[in-house]
Design a protein around this ligand. Structure first.
Ligand code: DX5
Ligand code: ZN
Length: 211
């Protein structure tokens, strides 16, 4: 099980030290918001550049924005592991996914909780990562929406040949992580649970489970 630490729950007054506490994670998950697609603002290119300069941990960039290609251009020189955009954010999903891939970056597509899986039918073959939101995007520290389990199982049933990354984001903790893993999820985004834990190493062990 891969883990991405969601920076939204880091201590912004001590960002470097806060990230050093969770350095065992596989990715830093960076939620880029524009105040339009979601009602919040977060990180811009200056923060992303500094992250890239100070840490080797690969970036998993989650764009919660309108006009995602504008933000792709802002992030493209940071060699992120993934750039994920929302299916709901653009009428040109196919073009946008291929724009990212043509930059040599792995492309992901995300769905909000109420967006049906059929939105992926004609793009799934082209993507490297699917991100199913288990909260409504915009804020850290929300509660996991229980119906997400059914959606994840339905995803695996609908796309049995999909071999890319299946990522879930929102409200994940040591209690629901093993259940998500049993449903076939292989990348968990974790914010509040990880950053508020007294011992992040133990938190990571609990999230990953035993192999
Ligand atoms: C929500 C973000 C998530 C969020 C996860 O809009 O996409 O990445 O920060 O944080 P927790 O684990 O606190 O729900
Ligand atoms: Zn996210």
């Amino acid at each position: 099980m891969l883990i991405a630490a969601s920076l939204l729950s880091a201590d912004f007054m001590n960002l470097k030290a806060s990230l050093e506490r969770v350095l065992g994670v596989d990715f830093f998950h960076v939620d880029v918001m524009d105040g339009h697609f979601v009602p919040n603002l977060t990180f811009g290119p200056c923060v992303l550049k500094n992250l890239h300069a100070h840490f080797d941990t690969p970036l998993d960039i989650h764009l919660m924005v309108e006009n995602p290609l504008f933000f792709v251009d802002l992030c493209k020189d940071l060699q992120p592991a993934f750039i994920t955009l929302h299916a709901e954010s653009t009428p040109h999903l196919h073009r946008s996914v291929h724009y990212i891939k043509n930059l040599g970056i792995k492309a992901g597509v995300s769905l909000n909780p109420a967006t049906p899986l059929c939105a992926l039918d004609y793009i799934i073959q082209d993507v490297d990562l699917i991100l199913l939101m288990s909260v409504n995007p915009g804020f850290g520290g929300q509660s996991f929406i229980p119906l997400s389990f059914e959606k994840i199982k339905a995803f695996r049933a609908r796309f049995p040949h999909y071999v890319g990354v299946l990522e879930v984001d929102g409200g994940i903790n040591a209690h629901n992580a093993p259940l998500l893993r049993a449903c076939g999820v292989n990348l968990l985004v974790v914010g509040n649970y990880l950053f508020s834990h007294a011992n992040p190493t133990h938190a990571l062990q609990a999230l990953r489970g035993r192999d």
